[in-house]
Design a protein around this ligand. Structure first.
Ligand code: NAP
Length: 301
């Protein structure tokens, strides 16, 4: 019987593992990916985590995991199938009986849901610039979106691509000011404002993008070799549907303490309703949730 089963090994789950270990809880962290770190490992550079300026996202994920390993935290590689009352966490590697569950499954990338996106996925359509950018050295790519991820992707791709188009549906980017300034300073990045992608076209490989200017209604064709979709994230909360309360977008409703409506279920990181989704707030969530779990365990001895 565990005190807590932590699901997910991004910054929230890893921070929770560390705090749980130091608090003397019997804890296990279940991760479905063979690599810890969550979305961070696909980030080229992280420049807003105190003490680690400009760290590579992959290195940061590894550092978090090394820290947990050094403390002797327990990890299991498995996919969780269900969370049953009691609690019983069902996975493809067996059952885990636990007094509490900490859901730290994070979020995954959203899709555009336009023609060609699914058909050409892996054939020029990508959701991860740091994973696939190297295939487009010297080529022309487009990034769709206007948030931190889209702008970071455009900056990263501009290092190897001949030309990068950043396509945004409004006339103002959502990304942090420092990223906006950097992307606007790059000679091989062109921002196409007020435009949405209608379709991604190509035979066996991406060849072009059909765009529409939302202000003028004008449609155009843009020749590109690759399309990077960065239009936000979706919470990975399917497992919690019917287990605890979610908001209309699927985020798990909880405050900073990570306490969910269902007693014994706690939440941390990007999957939680919150204002700022960053590595530092995810890590803080993991710490807060473990503190709430300790209090819960004392009350429910
Ligand atoms: P995001 O901040 O939600 O931005 C999504 C972008 O995609 C927005 O610009 C949005 O346009 C656009 N968009 C959404 N749906 C679209 C559609 N159907 N067609 C075209 N454009 C669409 O998401 P994100 O950039 O993936 O970032 C996710 C979270 O991680 C954010 O909280 C972000 O701050 C955080 N993050 C932080 C850092 C960092 O601190 N360095 C790095 C990466 C991520 P509108 O602007 O018009 O809504």
């Amino acid at each position: 019987m565990y005190d807590v089963v932590i699901i997910g090994s991004g910054p929230a789950g890893l921070s929770a593992s560390i705090y749980a270990k130091r608090a003397g809880l019997k804890a296990v962290t279940i991760e479905k990916s063979p690599m810890s770190g969550g979305q961070v490992v696909n980030t080229y550079e992280v420049d807003n985590y105190p003490g680690l300026p400009g760290i590579n996202g992959f290195d940061m994920g590894m550092k978090f995991r090394e820290h947990a390993d050094k403390l002797g935290c327990e990890f299991v590689n498995a996919t969780v199938r269900a969370i049953k009352p009691g609690f019983m966490v069902e996975t493809d590697a067996g059952l885990f009986e636990t007094k509490t569950v900490l859901a730290a499954m994070g979020a995954t990338h959203a899709k555009l849901n336009i023609p060609g996106e699914e058909e050409l996925a892996g054939m020029g359509v990508s959701y991860c610039a740091t994973c696939d950018g190297a295939f487009f050295k010297g080529k022309t790519t487009a990034v769709i979106g206007g948030g931190d991820v889209a702008v970071e992707d455009a900056i990263f791709l501009a290092r190897g691509c001949e030309k990068v188009y950043l396509i945004h549906r409004r006339d103002e980017l959502r990304a942090a000011e420092i990223l906006q300034q950097e992307v606007k300073s790059l000679p091989n990045v062109e921002i196409i404002w007020d435009s949405v992608a209608l379709s991604i076209e190509g035979e066996d490989q991406v060849e072009s993008l059909k765009l529409k200017n939302v202000k003028t209604g004008e449609e155009s064709q843009l020749s590109v070799d690759g399309v990077f979709v960065a239009v936000g994230i979706l919470p990975e909360s399917e497992l919690l549907s019917g287990v605890t309360e979610l908001d209309e977008k699927g985020y798990v409703i909880a405050g900073e303490d990570g306490v969910c409506k269902t007693p014994g279920i706690f939440v941390a990181g990007d999957i939680r309703t919150k204002k700022l989704r960053q590595i530092i707030t995810a890590a803080a969530d993991g710490a807060n949730a473990i503190t709430s779990i300790q209090e819960y365990l004392v009350r429910n001895k």
